[in-house]
Design a binder for this molecule. Structure first.
Ligand code: ADE
Ligand code: ZN
Length: 340
């Protein structure tokens, strides 16, 4: 397979990404076109002006606006395709990618069409770039636990019918404030029973401590934690999670820019958590909404923590340990990274 060969040495480092929302990767020019096509004019002339926020919840209101421009199977195909083609230029080789369809389902879209569209786009991008991608269906917590359970059951039905083979996991995202994560236990129990892998955003928002991480692990049975940075406040939980081998999918720049949890990247606990024995991966979360990309994430980390190209390469390679690939797929991905 021929990957694009990026000019920049940090972009050339092969990477996996386990925490990236497809709706947060839509090119601004595509948002404008889709909004026009959907008859939902944007409140600004320049899409770059859309992305102004100062907290997770104010960010989410913009994320939802972008989601509302996605109407047809072709829209979903287009954003998945563009997302992977764009990331392949920054070294992406394998991604487990979120989509969060609650808003669309509430508006009457068919889940089968959404999954089929994403699959079309992924297959086209895979054929063109060699990047591989699987999907994680995220529960939008703002829609409540009953909608979450329905989503899981519906995805389960599609998979039984052979129409959702790309969807390997279930997650939960969106707002963290004022949400009782325990209420999502039936949805996560169903996900487990149906054979899906399970992950959960927890310990991201300002004002949230490590409690949600504990609930995600012990009540929801999450096998990975998305963000999870609040764990740094609880050394006993750090030791326990390290011993259990549960990875954190960390999005350092997002925690500065979107959640506003750290003033600057050098305040981020990513490396301290890794030094404490946790499995951590580096991810972009919603790159297009921060004028960001996966190569830049590594570059900024390198600058903030004085990591050279080799150290960044090791960090990227460690990400393979946290994927939901099977052992032989992991081995071949490691070999591919080593060759590069
Ligand atoms: N949806 C998209 N990005 C998110 C984030 N950073 N946290 C929670 N939900 C999200
Ligand atoms: Zn996220």
């Amino acid at each position: 397979m021929t990957y694009p060969v990026p000019g920049n040495p940090i972009d050339r480092i092969p990477k996996v990404e386990l925490h990236c929302h497809v709706e947060g990767t839509v090119r601004p020019s595509t948002v404008v076109e889709l909004a026009r096509k959907a008859g939902r004019p944007l409140p600004v002339d320049d899409p770059a002006d859309l992305y102004r926020y100062d907290s997770l919840d104010s960010f989410l209101s913009i994320f939802w606006l972008v989601q509302e421009t996605l109407v047809t199977r072709d829209d979903w195909a287009r954003i998945a395709y563009e997302s992977l083609v764009d990331a392949s230029g920054h070294g992406l080789r394998y991604r487990e990618m979120f989509f969060t369809p609650a808003r669309h389902l509430a508006a009457g879209q068919d889940l089968a069409g959404i999954v089929a569209g994403l699959t079309d786009g992924i297959e086209a991008a895979e054929a063109e770039t060699g990047v591989r991608c699987r999907l994680i269906a995220d529960i939008d917590r703002a829609y409540g636990p009953a909608a979450g359970l329905e989503l899981v059951e519906w995805i389960g039905e599609l998979r039984r019918a052979g129409r959702a083979e790309r969807v390997i996991g279930i997650g939960a995202d969106s707002t963290e404030l004022g949400v009782d994560l325990r209420a999502f236990e039936p949805a996560f129990a169903a996900a487990r029973w149906l054979g899906f892998r399970r992950t959960c955003h927890a310990g991201e928002a300002v004002g949230v401590g490590p409690d949600n991480i504990r609930v995600a692990l012990d009540v929801l049975g999450a096998e990975r934690i998305d963000h999870g940075v609040a764990i740094a406040e609880d050394p006993a939980l750090v030791r326990e999670v390290a011993a259990r081998g549960v990875p954190l999918t960390v999005c350092p720049l997002s925690n500065v820019v979107i959640a506003n949890r750290y003033r600057q990247l050098s305040d981020h606990p990513l490396l301290a958590l890794r030094d404490a024995g946790l499995l951590v991966t580096v991810n972009t979360d919603d790159p297009a909404m921060m004028e960001h990309d996966l190569g830049r994430e590594y570059r900024l980390l390198g600058e903030a923590f004085d990591l050279d190209l080799e150290a960044l390469g090791r960090l990227a390679r460690e990400g393979i340990d946290s994927t939901w690939l099977d052992d032989s797929e992991r081995r071949s991905l490691r070999a591919e990274f080593d060759r590069a």
